[in-house]
Write a protein that binds this ligand. Structure first.
Ligand SMILES: *Cc1c(COP(=O)(O)O)cnc(C)c1O
Length: 391
């Protein structure tokens, strides 16, 4: 019992220790050091209503519980609900709004989030207004235009332009107006940024990305600063049922164990590549918050513990140059998604942001020469050589 207490949960632990141990005590029946994957859909009761806290796996599952406990602790929250995908988590949180409620959406958000807002929740009656830029002043202005301000939804760093939004400054605004602040923390991961400590109310993750970390599982999670605020979302989690399977929860738990060392390597590789791009005449612009000349660098230093593994570059020569660069890369795979151990390259104008009109893309700064890199944890020399030959 003593041993179990030691390995269950400890608020004093540092990040990497929590990521390996929190919620994952040795199995009390067998001593298995890694908690078993609970595939059972149902749980045998001693007599009607007398059980060990588990009845049916949509409602509660021990593997999912372990993941939720660990993620909640890593973000410094009180409670977590895991979902079958990042967008399922987004959907569950948006369902806490009612027709007539107002939501401010960040200027540069994941395309799937925008699609859900514009094609499902706006027609359903949620009043959605986009902020004009990363500047907190544009949030102030947007809030004024809402009749019933309820929620602000941001990502930082943003996708694909890696703008930084000052979480503390936006949190002050939302607190003042009695709104909830949601931060999609997928790009930074809890290793580099903890929005709840900066005043956010909810953190959203696509665990598909850095948390799973190996491009082999789809999942999502919501973490709340206050447990009571997660209750309506836990109700939706069970009532609507977009829960992750236990094997998927296990894969994310396994990914979490190496999150810190992976993020360190993603960050050092990305910085080396960003510095190389700055030297190259073929590259018109480099977007990476770790560069001192990045406009969000000071905010990144203030609210992050590292700058992450995502870089975007604008190539001289537009679409033709971007196409030949993407096709010539050998170590980087041309693919959507991000956050895995392997390096990926994508072309936002024809891939992730293809559903936007040319004008919308131009307004956002997503040109035909823009290329986004998810820098993996391969040997940095191989990545540098690959980029050199592709340029
Ligand atoms: C991928 C992603 C999502 C959506 O997550 P899924 O797991 O694909 O549903 C949301 N936000 C960001 C920033 C993402 O990169």
């Amino acid at each position: 019992m003593n041993n179990r207490k030691r390995t269950e949960n400890n608020r004093e632990w540092r990040f990497a220790t929590k990521a390996i141990h929190t919620g994952q005590a040795a199995d009390p029946h067998t001593g298995a050091t890694i908690p078993p994957v609970y595939l059972s859909t149902t749980y045998t009761q001693e007599s009607p209503g007398v059980h060990k806290g588990y009845e049916y796996s949509r409602s509660q599952n021990p593997t999912r519980r372990a993941l939720e406990t660990c993620l909640s602790d890593l973000e410094g929250g009180e409670a977590c609900a895991a979902f079958a995908s990042g967008l399922a988590a987004t959907n569950a949180l948006l369902q806490s709004l009612r027709p007539g409620d107002g939501l401010i959406a960040g200027h540069d958000l994941y395309g799937g989030t925008v699609r859900l807002l514009e094609r499902v929740f706006q027609p359903w009656g949620v009043d959605v207004v986009r902020a004009g830029s990363a500047d907190p002043a544009s949030y102030k202005e947007a809030i004024r235009s809402l009749k019933t301000p309820r929620m602000v939804w941001i990502e930082t760093p943003t996708n694909p332009l890696l703008d930084l939004i000052d979480i503390r400054a936006v949190a002050e605004l939302t607190r003042h107006h009695g709104m909830a602040l949601v931060v999609d923390n997928t790009f930074a991961s809890p290793c580099l940024q903890n929005p709840l400590n900066l005043g956010a109310d909810f953190v959203l993750h696509s665990t598909t990305k850095y948390l799973g970390g190996h491009s082999d599982v789809i999942g999502g999670a919501l973490i709340a600063r206050e447990a009571a605020h997660l209750e309506p979302i836990q109700f939706v989690q069970n009532a609507a049922g977009a829960v992750p399977g236990s094997l998927d929860c296990y894969l994310v738990l396994r990914g979490l164990k190496t999150l810190e060392i992976r993020m360190q390597r993603h960050g050092s590789n990305a910085l080396a590549l960003a510095e190389m791009f700055c030297e190259r005449p073929e590259v018109a612009h480099v977007y990476y918050p770790g560069l001192t000349r990045h406009p969000g660098h000071d905010i990144a230093r203030k609210q992050m513990r590292g700058f992450g593994g995502m870089i975007s570059i604008e190539l001289e020569g537009g679409f033709e140059k971007a196409r030949s660069f993407c096709s010539r890369l050998k170590v980087f795979s041309l693919a959507e998604s991000l956050g895995g151990v392997e390096s990926l390259v994508s072309h936002p104008a024809t891939m992730t942001h293809a559903s936007l009109s040319g004008d919308q893309r131009r307004d956002l700064g997503i040109t035909d020469g823009l290329v986004r890199l998810s820098v993996g944890i391969e040997d940095v020399e191989d990545l540098l050589e690959d980029i050199d030959q592709a340029l």
